[in-house]
Design a protein around this ligand. Structure first.
Ligand SMILES: C[S@@+](CC[C@H](N)C(=O)[O-])C[C@H]1O[C@@H](n2cnc3c(N)ncnc32)[C@H](O)[C@@H]1O
Length: 296
């Protein structure tokens, strides 16, 4: 598709079917993990239709303008730019979130934390939470959509990330129940704030491991959202130390961490006074993912 000289036959039109085949092959050669899916998402984005519609118009030729637009996306995807950034959105918990390269792309792993939060809040007609490192808003917005009595104090150190989170709160009509703060963890929050839950998916990758991540992640997602320091737990430890000052008695702390460092975080949490009922929750793939504790 990118070079007419490599086209199999000049007269053969670039139909949806032919473009999907060519693009899938190209992405495979460039080492993309999900070449066919990526090709379909990008083509559906260019044609402004749901993915399933591609199969309804399988033999439809693309216009020159559509091919030009697709070519740009294909070039960027072949350089491992994540599909979510190219199309500007990612689904999380059944909701569409706008994403740009200023925010981490929401991961299915994070649904474990959201489910635990919603389970805890189900008995509260009204509740208040803090989220540290709100990013795209995936956690706060989803929780607010599913728990109509919830208000959230959502913090991020990145003003660009806060801009995206606000947009997603508006998109899902929960902006009146999410209060945004720009700052370092708890520093920008009112000192007398006491909430039912403190949650965070902090940066938790070990600095030395950043360069070993997939190109999609290490070359495109914000380092600020990934780098958790030498053992990945720099922010987690600070959150564990300060959370009891902001939690009501029996309030919930939930931290998403990596399967490789969550046990160390649990050991650190147990060494602190102020917590009880400490558990590690597994994600859908069976990996230890969320550290849960209650304030005494
Ligand atoms: C792993 S991302 C999580 C984003 C989102 N909550 C999610 O689960 O998809 C971590 C977020 O923490 C933010 N962050 C990093 N250091 C921070 C700090 N010291 N204080 C507040 N936010 C911070 C980053 O900007 C990033 O948005």
């Amino acid at each position: 598709m990118s070079s007419e000289s490599s086209a199999p036959a000049a007269a053969e039109p670039w139909t949806v079917r032919r473009i999907l085949t060519w693009t899938t092959q190209h992405f495979t050669e460039r080492g993309c993990d999900t070449p066919r899916l990526d090709a379909e998402i990008l083509l559906a984005h260019v044609l402004n239709c749901p993915r399933i519609q591609l199969y309804v118009q399988y033999e439809r030729p693309l216009t020159e303008e559509e091919r030009t637009r697709l070519r740009g996306f294909v070039r960027r995807r072949a350089e491992h730019e994540p599909v979510a950034y190219l199309v500007g959105k990612r689904e999380f918990f059944g909701l569409d979130f706008r994403v740009t390269s200023d925010v981490l792309i929401p991961r299915p792993d994070t649904e474990t934390l959201v489910l635990a939060l919603l389970d805890y809040l189900k008995d509260f007609p009204a509740a208040e939470a803090i989220e540290l490192g709100v990013g795209s808003g995936a956690i706060s917005v989803t929780a607010a959509v599913h728990q109509s009595g919830l208000s959230v104090n959502a913090v991020d150190i990145s003003s660009q990330a806060l801009g995206i989170a606000k947009e997603n709160a508006r998109r899902h009509q929960v902006e009146s129940r999410i209060h945004f703060y720009e700052g370092d963890l708890f520093a920008s929050l009112p000192e007398d704030l006491r909430v039912d839950a403190v949650v965070s998916n902090p940066p938790y990758v070990q600095t030395a491991e950043l360069d070993q991540l997939d190109a999609d992640v290490k070359d495109h997602e914000p380092r600020l959202a990934l780098d958790g320091g030498a053992d990945g737990l720099d922010l987690a430890r600070r959150i564990i130390i300060d959370a009891p000052c902001f939690l009501k008695p029996n309030g919930l702390l939930l931290l998403e961490l990596g399967p490789d460092n969550i046990q160390s975080a649990a050991t650190f949490l147990k060494s602190q006074t102020g917590f009880q009922k400490i558990h590690i929750l597994k994600d859908a793939a069976g990996r230890e993912r969320v550290l849960s504790a209650r304030c005494v």
